[in-house]
Design a protein around this ligand. Structure first.
Ligand code: B16
Ligand code: MG
Length: 223
């Protein structure tokens, strides 16, 4: 393995609460029912697809212009909430793991569906922690399409079979496998049987590559 590609929201930082608050405000304004269970379906999904999922509870149809307006409204609220983030929002487990992997010579990239990825990384002081950033601004198809991870591998100059993706979303694990990469599931995706490995904390990652932690490898028979 030569590179790690990290999903952002749910792996490096935890902005799902802000996505929830921003979508909830928009939904309330529109009189649309929205709760945390629906919000969980938005994990790793693009902004436009997230809106379509929320609109499943809306009686009627909306023009493309209105949808664009709603997405902008949601994003403005979301970015205001992101401004409250600072370096203390990054856990020691995340910071130490990134440092350890870099010192061991691995290339590190971000592979996120978010168009706000660079803004978030800047807020938490991690912009320089990665060798490449592939995000919602450089893709045309979102996860489970492999594009975001394929582009991350290209930006790093490392072939897919030597890249390990770390993801919290089922759609992200599917995208990693479709890209021909190894997939590590954390958080929500630690229960997904398509993940090659499952971990509870990022600190388990160096152990995986050094083959020190075979215990979290899912047996092929279960895949
Ligand atoms: P934005 P990730 C994803 O980030 C979020 O999990 C998902 O909830 C969000 O809709 C998507 O980014 C797009 O975000 O509206 O900021 O462009 O998990 O792929 O890092
Ligand atoms: Mg995620």
């Amino acid at each position: 393995m030569k590179a790690f590609i990290f999903d952002l929201d749910g792996v490096i930082v935890f902005t799902d609460k802000f996505h929830y608050q921003a979508w909830k405000k928009m939904a309330d304004n529109m009189g649309i029912y929205f709760d945390e269970t629906i919000n969980n379906r938005l994990r790793g999904v693009s902004r436009a697809e997230s809106l379509e999922i929320i609109l499943e509870k809306y009686d009627g149809t909306l023009s493309d212009e209105k949808k664009a307006e709603l997405m902008e409204e949601k994003n403005n609220t979301y970015r205001e909430l992101l401004k409250t983030m600072d370096p203390e929002d990054v856990t020691d487990a995340v910071r130490n793991t990134l440092k350890k992997l870099r010192e061991a010579g691995y290339k590190l990239a971000i592979g996120s569906s978010s168009k706000n990825a660079k803004f978030i990384l800047e807020r938490v002081g991690l912009l320089d922690a990665f060798d490449a950033i592939s995000d919602g601004t450089n893709i045309t198809r979102s996860k489970p399409d492999p594009e975001v991870f394929v582009k991350a591998g290209e930006l790093l100059g490392i072939e897919a079979s030597k890249c390990v993706v770390v993801e919290d979303a089922y759609a992200g694990i599917d995208a990693a496998k479709a890209a021909g990469m190894e997939a590590v599931g954390i958080g929500d995706a630690s229960g997904y049987d398509k993940a090659d490995y499952k971990i509870q904390t990022l600190e388990e990652l160096p152990g995986i590559v050094e083959n020190l932690s075979e215990s979290c490898k899912i047996e092929d028979s279960q895949n």
